[in-house]
Design a protein around this ligand. Structure first.
Ligand code: ATP
Ligand code: MG
Length: 573
């Protein structure tokens, strides 16, 4: 543990932080030009309910909801539930909880499945207009016919089916007359298009699967590309923001809307959030959960919203972080330290301080009266006078951190060592006199004397000490389990691995350390799940829901040291 170091106080980040970004510029311009008439900005956040939301989704949420809010617009939460095999109610519930926790409320709650009837009608229209056909090729054959980035595709032999036959086959597909995978409905666009997405994309596939909302009503399901733009259009979404990997799909998005002559929602792509030491892919996060490499979606090491919430992160810090990274048109990577910096800054301002000793070493103050207890006054938050003060009991036997004592101090070690005097935070000066060791030769107890005149932490003779350490009264200590988290992956890019290995080999084997019996000051006895504290000199902590009466469990949100502030300073910012 390093000596006390307060956080940087620079206030670059406030709730109102609003960096310009190109999305806001587009909205401003569209409103000015009345591109959508007098309509207000309408956006949507369209998660697929096939996993829990992660910090990347938080960025999309802050963009979709945050920008609409700025312009007095509205945002729908729309579940993109077109893939019944992977979707579950549990995910739907968690997504709603997480969006609200981040501080946003949707205008309407929608589901792509609400539009299955309309999408089906529109498919029939495209068939009648000669713009869609039923294809009997297998998935494999369709892939072969698609061509490559450098070679055009080839037409399917079923491409010129008469309209009547297409109508008949498609309706029978919907009635369940054909097995899974035997036929698809495809848009009839251009197999030679330089954009592979325009080479007669599949609109519907046959899938005899129960849907979490429509049950067994459908055995054909629309593809994402066919459902998404039309859903936007039905909700009169003006600005449909999505991540850059959909840029090549935009011509198709427009094509469907144009062919159907419906409300012209506009798709705009922005950069995906990539964070160092972090994987943001629901598929991989699901694998970590299923293989029990973490303890569930809300494991505090996970980059999920539920994970970082449990770890003690705050919605305010996440929103400030998202505002600060903004949006751009090229993908990049963001240092995880930056997210942590915003979190520390928020916690530093708001959370009460407390004294907790993670790895206790007993200190006996020989000249302090046995059985005596006095209360010392401690500020709850030096950053916030209104947080008031509290009384902390002091007594003859206390605990300090093992790291705060060295029998043989290395150079520049200013904390407690034999003959050396230090300040016990808000209490007294003490000087170490002798140690007690166990059979193995480890120090198990340090004996000290104190200076009664230094009460409150200052000596009337103006004597200086070089170090202030925290402590907890041994008689009154509350025991707690403390879970210390480190990065889940040990590589900055967890997706980089040796041949024959996978990202799993980059898992950090030391990402969780459990301390069974930390000693906390007694005021923490009543702490409730979700309560946050700064343990002085140690870090930010949050009470875990695993806590039981008489058995508190704390998660370390972050250690105190702000490496991002250092990175910024180094960069000369
Ligand atoms: P994943 O790749 O993790 O499975 P996804 O894009 O398939 O994510 P969706 O549920 O489809 O997940 O995402 C909903 C919205 O969130 C989409 O608009 C998507 O572009 C956006 N989104 C997903 N991941 C990120 C990210 N890392 N950064 C920014 N936006 C993201
Ligand atoms: Mg997706």
């Amino acid at each position: 543990m390093s000596t006390s170091k307060q956080e940087s106080n620079e206030s670059t980040t406030q709730e109102s932080l609003r960096l310009t970004n190109f999305l806001r510029d587009i909205m401003e311009e569209d409103l000015r030009a009345k591109k959508f008439g007098d309509a207000v900005i309408q956006t949507r956040f369209p998660p697929e309910p096939n996993g829990y939301l992660h910090i990347g989704h938080a960025k999309a949420i802050c963009i979709d909801f945050g920008l609409a809010d700025e312009f007095g617009g509205k945002t729908n939460l729309r579940f993109d539930d077109t893939n019944p095999e992977k979707e579950e109610q549990e995910y739907v519930d968690s997504i709603m909880k997480d969006v609200r926790w981040l501080g946003f409320e949707w205008e309407r709650l929608c589901y792509a499945s609400d539009y299955f009837d309309q999408l089906y009608e529109w498919a029939l229209k495209l068939i009648r207009d000669g713009k869609a056909y039923v294809d009997d090729l297998s998935a494999e054959e369709i892939r072969e016919h698609r061509g490559t980035l450098t070679e055009p595709g080839r037409n399917s032999p079923y491409r010129e089916r008469p309209v009547e036959e297409n109508l008949d086959l498609f309706q029978r597909m919907a009635k369940g007359e054909f097995p899974d995978g035997s036929r698809v409905l495809r848009a009839k666009i251009d197999m030679a298009s330089p954009n592979v997405n325009m080479r007669d994309p599949v609109m519907y596939r046959i899938l005899h699967a129960s849907h979490h909302r429509t049950g067994d009503k459908w055995c054909i399901y629309p593809m994402y590309d066919y459902a998404h733009g039309q859903s936007d259009s039905l909700e009169q979404v003006t600005h449909s923001m999505c991540t850059l990997e959909f840029a090549d799909h935009q011509p198709l998005y427009r094509w469907y809307i144009e062919q159907l002559g419906i409300f012209p929602s506009q798709q705009i792509e922005f950069d995906r959030l990539n964070l160092t030491y972090t994987l943001l892919s629901k598929r991989k996060l699901l694998q970590l959960v299923q293989e029990k490499r973490v303890n569930g979606w809300d494991d505090p090491r996970m980059p999920t919203i539920s994970g970082i919430r449990r770890r003690g992160f705050t919605p305010e810090a996440i929103r400030n972080f998202c505002a600060s990274i903004g949006a751009s048109r090229t993908n990049g990577s963001t240092d995880i330290e930056m997210l942590e910096h915003f979190q520390r800054e928020d916690l530093n301002r708001r959370v009460p301080r407390a004294m907790a000793v993670l790895r206790p070493l007993k200190v006996v103050i020989d000249n302090y009266p046995e059985g005596k207890e006095e209360l010392v006054e401690v500020a709850n938050n030096p950053e916030d006078k209104s947080a008031g003060v509290r009384q902390v009991p002091f007594s003859r036997e206390i605990y300090i951190e093992q790291d705060d004592f060295r029998e043989v101090p290395p150079p520049k070690y200013y904390r407690l060592s034999p003959g050396k005097e230090v300040r016990l935070r808000n209490a007294y000066f003490i000087t170490a006199t002798r140690v007690v060791k166990d059979a193995a030769g480890s120090v198990v107890e340090v004996h000290c004397t104190y200076d009664p005149a230094s009460r409150g932490g200052n000596s009337p003779d103006g004597r200086k000490v070089k170090s202030t350490i925290h402590w907890v009264s041994a008689a009154r200590a509350v025991e707690a389990e403390v879970r210390l988290y480190d990065k889940l992956f040990s590589k900055a890019d967890p997706g980089e691995f040796e041949e024959g290995e996978s990202y799993l080999s980059n898992l950090n084997p030391n990402s969780l350390e459990v301390i069974a019996n930390a000693k906390l000051e007694p005021s923490l006895a009543e702490a409730k799940a979700g309560d946050r504290y700064q343990f002085e000199r140690v870090g930010y902590f949050c009470v875990d829901p695993d806590s039981r009466p008489g058995r508190l469990v704390f998660n370390r949100t972050l250690p105190l040291k702000d490496t991002w502030a250092k990175i910024e300073k180094k960069a000369g910012a």
